[in-house]
Design a protein around this ligand. Structure first.
Ligand code: BES
Ligand code: ZN
Ligand code: ZN
Length: 478
């Protein structure tokens, strides 16, 4: 579905389906339907919908009214939600196009555009029957004022998120490290990014032994992708890094089979990097940005790494691998050391790193870990604005103590099994030196199974709008 802004007064709008939003217990912007609302018990509660047939009475055939909830609880995300509900409804009504009336300014227009575009997204690549492939072609956002800027921004943000969702959703037999690197090349060409692909031989030469250790059990060769936006330009440099395990079986420390298929989503962090690169390029931000994606499978085989193995990461630190299922932090060890070597102003990493973050925060916030309060605050603000919320947890030195190994510098798990998400972050911190850094544990939010107003079952692409917004904020600070 595409979004298009059109300048139009509410009483001039015509077409097949018009959607308007209404605050709880406030009148709808289109008058004369109070009786119908009463008959449908419509009060304007958040996500509540009433659909009225208006053929012959109005310039449009269907009127869809969606509730925004109570004024006192109002947040911008309510517009995303209401637009999501409207889009789903228009899809059920098999509309090829429909119109949403935008009541306020550019921020609202952006949120409504995002909600509509995110809700319209459907993964149909592997469906072969036409009936499964219905897509709305266009949503018109209309207002008396010129809100084309908001609609344009919403299109960029949601477009990047849907792009990430689409890549995340492909299964591990298709989305191999090689296939994802190929996709990165396509994006680089389209967005004029500089790209370097480090294949297995290059990784060996560079002594990226942590990535190589995880890849040992797999037939698929590992790859490190480096994307650069505004390379060589005189702007402040930032680095984003994403965990790209295209399938996590656990390796020799094998996972239970129930739910293991969901480990195709263990590449979400790396795919988010692609999504953010796309958005940043489209927004033409005045920064330099390096995106790093370490990509490999984590499988058991006769050649796989074993519990107890000791390896040396790119920065020279030795790691005792006590559990081969704590592999994300291993590939990030190499990628983060490499990122720190580029001397950026800050590093932001995204990783489906621990099951423990799901126990801690559920599916409603990503875990945030940082060595810098200002940077952490920027991400918290960006989280509230995008509604891709984060919650900060500490990385005190006591947690780093828990990761000291008897036989190497550090170990990849703390056998105590306590504070699993924090000890994982403490492990990562060993590889960033004194660079300002934020780690986002997105294991809980990267994919969902439950109902949501504008996201569907499967990959959410959460992290793309969040980190893009954080980079926008950083670019505005001098
Ligand atoms: N990819 C998993 C984390 C994960 C779990 C993501 C559930 C999404 C849903 C990660 O590689 C992993 O297996 N972590 C282990 C760490 C443990 C061995 C210390 C975990 O969380 O169990
Ligand atoms: Zn794992
Ligand atoms: Zn993993």
């Amino acid at each position: 579905m595409k979004a298009e802004f059109k300048r139009m007064a509410l009483d001039k709008i015509k077409g097949a389906l018009l959607c308007v939003f209404v605050m709880q217990n406030e009148g709808a912007p289109i008058k004369g339907y109070d009786k119908e609302f009463k008959a449908h018990n419509f009060e304007g509660k958040l996500e509540q919908v009433v659909h009225l047939c208006t053929t012959g009475k109005e310039r449009f055939d269907h009127l869809l009214v969606v509730g925004l909830g109570e004024k006192k609880d109002f947040r911008l995300d309510n517009f995303r939600k209401a637009a999501g509900v409207a889009t789903r409804y228009a899809s059920i009504l098999k509309q090829k196009e429909f119109t949403i009336y935008v009541p306020e300014g550019n921020e609202t227009a952006q949120a409504i555009t995002e909600g509509a575009l995110l809700a319209s997204y459907k993964f149909t690549h592997y469906k072969t029957e036409e009936k499964d492939k219905f897509q709305i072609e266009k949503v018109y956002l209309m207002s008396e004022k010129d809100l084309s800027r908001g609609v344009g921004l919403g299109t960029i943000y949601a477009g990047a998120q849907n792009y990430a969702r689409d890549l995340d959703e492909h299964p591990a037999n298709i989305a191999t490290p090689t296939a994802i690197a190929k996709e990165a090349k396509v994006l680089a060409k389209e967005k004029n990014l500089h790209i370097t692909i480090y294949e297995k031989k290059a990784l060996q030469k560079m002594k990226m032994k942590a990535i190589l250790a995880v890849a040992r059990g797999s037939e698929e060769p590992p790859i490190l992708v480096k994307l650069e936006y505004n390379k060589g330009r005189n702007y402040p440099l930032y680095c984003i890094v994403g965990k790209g395990i295209t399938f996590d079986s656990g390796g020799i420390s094998l996972k239970p089979s129930k739910g293991m298929h969901e480990m195709k989503y263990d590449k979400t962090g790396a795919i988010n990097v692609l999504g953010v690169m796309k958005a940043v390029a489209e927004l033409k931000l005045p920064i330099r940005l390096i995106g790093l994606m370490p990509l490999t499978e984590n499988l058991p085989s006769g050649n796989a790494q074993k519990p107890g193995d000791i390896i040396k990461a790119y920065n020279g630190k030795t790691i005792e691998v006590l559990n081969t299922d704590a592999e994300g932090r291993l590939i990030l060890a190499d990628a983060l050391s490499f990122a720190a070597e580029q001397k950026p102003k800050a590093i932001i990493d995204m990783a489906t790193l621990t099951g423990a973050i799901l126990v801690c925060l559920g599916r409603h916030a990503a875990g945030l870990f940082s060595n810098d309060d200002k940077l952490a605050n920027i991400l918290e603000e960006a989280g509230d604005e995008t509604h891709e919320r984060v919650w900060r947890l500490p990385v005190w030195k006591e947690y780093s103590e828990m990761m000291k190994s008897d036989f190497a510098d550090i170990k990849n798990i703390s056998e105590q099994g306590e504070a699993g998400s924090i000890t994982a972050a403490a492990f990562l911190q060993e590889f960033i030196g004194d660079t300002k850094w934020v780690h986002l544990d997105i294991a809980g939010v990267g994919n969902i199974n439950e109902k949501h107003a504008y996201l569907s079952k499967g990959a959410t692409g959460i992290g793309v709008r969040l980190v893009t917004k954080a980079l926008v904020k950083l670019s505005e600070k001098k």
